[in-house]
Write a protein of this length. Structure first.
Length: 248
């Protein structure tokens, strides 16, 4: 199967997933970079057009397009995403014994954190594991969760992009003095120029909203709980010109 056809196949499959299928996308981009470097930019743009709200996709594309040696750069960036310590740090930060509720689609870092936490506290029945990926997976009836976690789709210098339904619930939870954490995995934070491009395309597609970091009790990233300045001040991809505006 030609890499571009594989790309379409992965894109269709991704529609039923919550997070970027890093390995599959990196494999296809690396094949394109090796066989037809001129096609790499087209592939990155097409993926972004399919999923404009995925900060990690913008991040991976920017790293791929800016690498002096694209194939090696793609796999280096993919490995950084795959080895993201956010899940491990989040698991350590969650209060022991307290209930946790997931609001909206869950990033892989959140799923990883909940699995680590369950393992630390003695495991859980297999039939309950799908609760990790959905806000429908609440704690026991009548029990107030100690923490509500929501995954950021992307982040810029002063805001987070979230699933629209999840974002609309955050102010109400904060008004009831509930503890709400935003999880900002590695690759989610973009430099200003890419962030503005993402917002234009993601808002046009719909289904997303932005919130200030001040709406949350805490932010969790690759270094664990941190303030907004620490998380937003260090995007690790460049604002490549090839992604700063193009016609579909």
């Amino acid at each position: 199967m030609h890499p571009l056809e594989q790309l379409r196949y992965v894109a269709r499959g991704w529609e039923s997933m919550d997070d970027l299928p890093v390995t599959e996308v990196a494999q296809i981009l690396a094949e394109l970079a090796e066989e037809s470097p001129a096609t790499l930019l087209h592939a990155c743009r097409r993926l972004i057009e399919y999923f404009p709200a995925s900060g990690r996709l913008w991040w991976l594309s920017a790293r791929a397009l800016s690498a002096p040696e694209p194939v090696g750069g793609i796999w280096e960036a993919a490995n950084e995403l795959l080895e993201d310590p956010t899940g491990k740090r989040l698991a350590a930060a969650l209060p022991a014994g307290g209930g946790v509720s997931v609001l909206g689609p869950a990033a892989d870092a959140v799923v990883s954190a909940l699995r680590r936490r369950r393992a630390r506290e003695g495991g859980a029945p297999k039939k309950n594991r799908e609760r990790d990926r959905s806000s429908r997976g609440q704690e026991r009836q009548g029990q107030e969760p100690a923490v509500v976690v929501v995954s950021a789709l992307a982040a810029g210098p002063d805001a987070l992009l979230l699933d629209g339904a999840a974002a609309r619930r955050v102010p109400g939870l904060a008004g009831r003095e509930r503890t709400v954490w935003a999880v900002v995995p590695r690759g989610t934070v973009l430099p200003e120029a890419l962030w503005q491009q993402l917002l234009i395309r993601a808002r046009s597609a719909g289904g997303v909203e932005t919130l200030s970091p001040d709406c949350f009790s805490a932010l969790a990233g690759p270094n664990g709980l941190a303030d907004a300045a620490d998380i937003f001040s260090s995007p690790t991809c460049p604002p490549v010109a090839e992604l700063l505006g193009w016609r579909s």
